[in-house]
Design a binder for this molecule. Structure first.
Ligand code: KG4
Ligand code: ZN
Length: 346
């Protein structure tokens, strides 16, 4: 079984082919960093146009690299949302056109479900598992009970972690994209140099908050007359430390709830762009060890947006008979918890 996946919901145009033996036959990612860099963030209209220019080219590239033709495919999957609607529309219309012409099943994948399920391609993780999904647009902790079955334990009440990384990177003027640059700087800095707040520490539940932390960094920057490179590195290290502490506090509660609800389960997973961060991964690995859980995360390359995650989630859906009709509409908002197990849905 071979599935082609297309991702175009934010600032990466990406395509991949995967099979049901958990093999990646090809994967191409085209990041639009150069298009957005001078604006310091993603400009939706520019993103949509760039997806339109690149989508067909990348599909051809992915097919050629895998040595396959459309006749070899069993289904075509596309990120149907949530995301920037212009980009999502480009992917959805392209996927529908190919599916219609080639008489292939069409699978609309929730982008977050793509992140959530990718670990099952790279690791033998069974349902149910506890998931920290942390990306540019989202930060939530969920129990993944099955394909399309998500129980949310908590989410952010303001910014996502990725957003906080990106905004702090912008304030410190350390370049775009923010997250990876900030992590590199943090490795050169002193995490104890600044005592930044850990917003929700000590509170009940599993919700996150990052906005106050971001403001604390802004205030610290404003207090400085000059900001040396070392100051920036120290701020990055202290900020990253506070993010990790916030996640650890929230996840500790989630682990307790998860163990009560799913006593036989053993897996804890992190996914999404921020899961590429080494300090975040290390913290969860330690937390898992202390709680008798097994830690897994997709390889770093599959944490940030890519086509493999869409192709794989599409394959997981397709093999359960969960395909979509051509009246499926691209969705700018599409909460994971709203996914249903309808076999065919518009
Ligand atoms: O999943 P993703 O590629 O796109 C969304 O679905 O949002 O996540 C992108 C986010 C960005 O905010 C980016 O700064 C962050 O992931 N990110 C990182 C790292 N790599 C990417 N944050 C911290 N450390 C990293 N190494
Ligand atoms: Zn993503």
């Amino acid at each position: 079984m071979i599935v082609l996946g297309i991702e175009s919901s934010c600032d990466e145009t990406a395509c991949a082919l995967v099979n049901d033996k958990r093999e990646i036959l090809s994967s191409v990612v085209w990041s639009q960093y150069d298009e957005h860099r001078r604006f310091g963030g993603v400009v939706p209209e520019i993103a949509a146009r760039a997806h339109l220019e690149k989508c067909d080219i990348l599909i051809r590239e992915a097919m050629e690299k895998a040595g396959k033709t459309f006749k070899d495919l069993d289904a075509i999957a596309v990120a149907g949302g949530p995301g920037l609607i212009g980009g999502v529309l480009v992917g959805v219309m392209t996927a529908k056109a190919i599916a219609l012409c080639q008489n292939l099943p069409f699978v609309a994948v929730n982008h977050l479900e793509g992140h959530a399920l990718t670990v099952r391609l790279s690791h033998p993780v069974e349902f149910p598992y506890l998931l920290l999904l942390t990306s540019g647009g989202h930060c939530q902790v969920l129990i993944v009970r099955g394909v399309g079955q998500y129980e949310k334990l908590g989410g952010t009440i303001d910014d996502s972690a990725g957003e906080a990384f990106d905004k702090v990177a912008k304030m410190l003027d350390i370049g775009y994209p923010g997250g990876p640059n900030l992590e590199k700087r943090a490795a050169q800095g002193n995490p104890k140099a600044y005592d930044f707040p850990v917003p929700m520490r000590g509170r009940k539940g599993c919700d996150f908050s990052f906005s106050g932390l971001k403001t604390a960094v802004r205030v610290a920057i404003e207090r400085k007359e000059t900001l040396t490179e070392q100051d920036k590195n120290d701020m990055c290290a202290s900020f990253q430390g506070a993010v990790v502490a916030e996640m650890k506090d929230r996840l500790s509660h989630a682990v307790t709830i998860f163990k009560e609800k799913c006593p036989e389960a053993k897996d804890i997973v992190v996914a999404g762009g921020v899961a590429a961060n080494g300090a975040v991964r290390q913290m969860i690995e330690e937390l898992a060890g202390k709680n008798g859980l097994v830690f897994s995360a997709p390889p770093v390359k599959l944490c940030t947006d890519n086509g493999v995650m869409i192709a794989w989630a599409g394959l997981e859906r397709f093999r359960l008979g969960m395909t979509n009709n051509f009246d499926f509409r691209a969705r700018p908002r599409w909460p994971l918890e709203s996914l249903s197990n309808n076999l065919t849905e518009g």
